[in-house]
Design a protein around this ligand. Structure first.
Ligand SMILES: Cc1cc2nc3c(=O)[nH]c(=O)nc-3n(C[C@H](O)[C@H](O)[C@H](O)COP(=O)(O)O)c2cc1C
Length: 173
């Protein structure tokens, strides 16, 4: 990663406001292997501290092509970009890797971390995350029905929550 112009920082040194970073800047969730990987845009999620580890919380619907990759691999990356990559993030959030080649269509440049996780050299911030816990959200667990009604029809599947340890954080120099 250092040869790609990144420096490693401690998770506690991430300076960004985390709400803005996730909700407004958006992120790519990328999982898979050198042979095959996929990426999708996400802006539901969080970062925090759990089980004495810095963690991320990510929500992926089973309908996403990316889901097969987050399920079958030990971890994934979260990557964050400057505004100039908004079109790329829009594309990765509206098209499916089942139907198109997101790398070719966005022009993003994939690389693999030492841990074997896929990421993109255009990212200004890269989080390598190792899954600790995964569970489907369930309708009966909502204590307020409004988010359920607003975000899921009665036919819809719910999201799967992944809690993953932030193993390494890389910031563009
Ligand atoms: C701004 C934005 C945020 C999104 N956040 C999420 C999310 O948090 N979880 C999710 O499952 N899908 C989210 N999506 C939808 C996926 O990115 C979208 O369905 C994508 O096409 C899935 O691609 P895939 O089929 O290649 O995995 C979001 C889309 C956009 C545009």
């Amino acid at each position: 990663m250092r040869n790609l112009g990144y420096s490693r920082i401690d998770p506690a040194e991430i300076d960004d406001n985390l709400i803005r970073l996730i909700a407004s800047d958006w992120m790519l969730v990328t999982a898979g292997s050198r042979e095959k990987f996929n990426t999708m845009t996400a802006n539901w999620g969080g970062m925090g501290y759990l089980w004495k580890k810095p963690v991320v919380f990510v929500f992926v619907r089973p309908e996403r092509y990316t889901y097969g990759f987050t399920e079958s691999h030990d971890g994934f990356t979260l990557t964050f970009f400057d505004e100039q990559y908004r079109d790329a993030l829009n594309l990765c959030g509206t098209k499916s890797g089942r139907d198109c080649d997101k790398v070719a269509e966005t022009g993003l440049t994939p690389f693999f971390t030492e841990n074997g996780y896929p990421a993109f050299t255009e990212a200004r911030l890269v989080l390598e995350c190792r899954k600790l816990y995964a569970s489907m959200l369930t309708r009966d667990a909502f204590t307020d029905g409004r988010p359920l009604r607003e975000h899921y029809s009665s036919m819809d599947g719910l999201h799967k929550l992944y809690i993953a340890e932030i193993e390494k954080v890389w910031i563009r120099e």
